[in-house]
Design a binder for this molecule. Structure first.
Ligand code: AGP
Length: 608
């Protein structure tokens, strides 16, 4: 959802801005631009439609020098991805430049007011009102002007602003869109995310909602809208820049798929003893879990699919009813949630606008929120009552993979933990799970070792335009994730269906040659799945089965089989998804798709 960078220092800003933007390209990539304050006190601006590589090629080393600047990589919301709509945007005189991530909801009203005052706006964006509003308030002090403008804006924003008259100064403001500060010697940075500053510094802090920042080479001052200083806690980033590089893999997605054994290992570390699951970070009185009548789970996309797995496991093990709902629906449904209720919020990035809003709404009604997130210090992590981190490491590819398996693992551990607190699970089952969970990384590695086999099946699939994914119970939830992966990166239309529901309508679409991917990892449901596979085969479908069944009954009817290691049925989702991720990846590569930058999408969805 747009990436922004800012630099004030002693070095040339341009290469640093471009380097930072490349690290943020996962956030959006339909256009890019930069503005640098020239020594002469003018603004140099270059922006264009397309990816950052095109902007860089355009610049071709031909750009005025300057040691202060801002940059932007865009995911279009208001206005098509064109050169004009690309950021930075300027005021009438071309003396103030702004980059923005978020949405200014009252921009039409502001635009009308500006037009009435004689301002000429040239783009279709919501952002462009900001430099013009600043222009009206500017009296030689950019921070003072921004402090007057911020109260006029409704919506979400992370803003970085430079003025031609003030070299050596970038000012910023944040509300509901992420923004971090990077501190180094005689130079300081602003960015939407940490990877953008990591090659220069690990010393950083996160700006909070309502913060304004004045970034100069020799220091950063943070204040609120009244100008009152706000102290920030600097922290040292633990992971290094190499973790945010894809080499030696061709794509971040492939690298992250291969990091899954480690993500599983790191996520279970410290949470399993010989006899039980522990969450040392959880401060909530466990009595809450005994007394609460149901749990709510909310999330978007892949994280929602992890939530579906969580529901089944929590209901099965902890005998606690779980309502799981997409955050964009949950937040507007006026859910019946209140004091004494617990909402589990799942978000890799911890910045997804709908998820964050759903959590805020539930907390405002008195519910407690437990966040499952991969990003330490993210908005969701900071605002939740409790945080259970997934330790998957930075996930850059738009298609979420390792974060999903880590979310599924945390939810599995949480289900076992709740079952212990509520005394609802037979001790043998609990023991079985606790001894089997540590084997997940090894099973994941086993699946990854069979990448070639899956790549061959995926390559044969490259000409398809439709695919059905079917399964029952936990397998249906995994099927939902498999279908989403295939859609988002290969652009093959895919639909996940509960296998038993096909005959109620959708079976009409299963005709000669239609590809069906059937999951069967639940022994109690093997026979039912076998019948469903036979039903689609009888209509001419070509079936690829993904199964733990070893008797060979499914293998006999399917056209291709991907056999899974002997994983416990309740733990199967984290392993069964791996061949589906690899399948989607290799199908997308075979179709020539830009795997890490799928069309129309962005990694962190910070707008509604
Ligand atoms: C996954 O492949 C997606 N690109 C997307 O569905 C994602 O899971 C969703 O936007 C939620 O993101 P979050 O986990 O960062 O909140």
């Amino acid at each position: 959802m747009c990436g922004i960078v800012g630099y004030a220092g002693r070095q040339q800003a341009l290469p640093l801005l471009l380097e930072g933007l490349k690290k943020l390209e996962y956030r959006g990539y339909d256009s890019a631009g930069i503005a640098v304050v020239e020594e002469a006190g003018r603004l140099a601006l270059r922006k264009r439609e397309g990816k950052i590589a095109l902007l860089e090629a355009d610049l071709n080393g031909d750009f005025p020098p300057g040691t202060t600047g801002i940059g932007h990589t865009r995911w279009a919301t208001h206005g098509a991805p064109t050169d004009t709509n690309a950021h930075p945007h300027l005021d009438c005189m071309g003396r103030i430049a702004v980059v923005h991530n978020g949405i200014i909801e009252n921009y039409l009203e502001l635009r009308r007011e500006l037009a009435a005052r004689g301002h000429r706006l040239v783009s279709d964006t919501d952002t462009e009102v900001i430099p013009h509003l600043i222009e009206d308030c500017y009296e030689g002090d950019l921070l003072a002007a921004l402090r007057r403008v911020v109260p006029l804006l409704r919506g979400s924003y992370a803003l970085a602003v430079v003025a031609a008259a003030e070299p050596g100064r970038v000012v910023a403001a944040r509300r509901d869109s992420p923004l971090i500060v990077g501190l180094a010697a005689e130079e300081n940075f602003l960015a939407s995310d940490i990877p953008a500053v990591l090659s220069a510094t690990r010393r950083t802090y996160i700006l909070d909602d309502g913060d304004l920042a004045d970034v100069r080479p020799d220091g950063v001052f943070v204040c609120d809208v009244t100008g009152c200083r706000r102290d920030k806690r600097v922290f040292e980033v633990k992971w290094d820049a190499a973790q945010a590089e894809k080499a030696p893999y061709a794509h971040f997605m492939l690298k992250e798929i291969h990091e899954q054994p480690k993500a599983l290992q790191d996520t279970m570390r410290g949470r399993l003893t010989r006899a039980e699951v522990v969450f040392p970070e959880l401060k909530l009185d466990p009595a809450v879990f005994k007394s609460c009548k149901r749990l709510f789970v909310t999330a978007c996309g892949t994280a929602y699919h992890a939530g579906l797995i969580g529901k089944t496991l929590i209901e099965r093990l902890a005998r606690l009813p779980v309502e799981v709902e997409i955050a964009s629906e949950f937040r507007y449904r006026e859910p019946l949630i209140g004091p004494g209720d617990v909402l589990v919020v799942i978000s890799q990035s911890g910045e997804t606008a709908d998820t964050l809003a759903a959590m805020r709404g539930a907390r405002a009604k008195g519910a407690a929120a437990i966040a499952i997130t991969n990003v330490v210090g993210s908005s969701v992590a900071r605002e939740a009552d409790e945080v259970l981190h997934t330790w998957a490491g930075p996930e850059i590819a738009v298609a979420s993979t390792k974060a999903y398996v880590a979310q599924v693992l945390v939810l599995t551990l949480f289900a076992v933990y709740l079952a212990k607190e509520r005394r609802t699970v037979p001790p043998e089952l609990s023991k079985e799970l606790i001894s089997e969970i540590p084997r997940l990384p090894e099973y994941a590695a086993e699946m990854l070792a069979r990448e070639d086999e899956i790549a061959a099946l995926a390559a044969a699939h490259k000409g398809e335009e439709h695919t059905f994914f079917i399964g029952r119970g936990l397998d249906w939830a995994v099927a939902c994730e498999g279908a989403l992966k295939l859609k988002e990166i290969s652009y093959i239309h895919a639909e996940a269906y509960a296998a038993g529901e096909l005959k109620h309508g959708t079976l009409a679409l299963v005709t000669e040659g239609v590809p069906v991917i059937a999951l069967a990892t639940q022994p109690a449901l093997y026979e039912k799945m076998l019948s469903n596979i036979k039903e689609v085969k009888a209509r001419g479908a070509r079936v690829m089965a993904v199964t733990t069944e070893t008797a060979g009954n499914i293998a006999q009817v399917a056209d291709a089989v991907v056999s899974l290691p002997p994983v416990h049925p309740l733990l199967a989702p984290a392993i069964a998804v791996i061949p589906l991720q690899l399948f989607a990846y290799h199908a997308a590569v075979a179709r020539g798709c830009d795997v890490d930058k799928p069309r129309n999408l962005a990694k962190s969805v910070t707008v509604e």
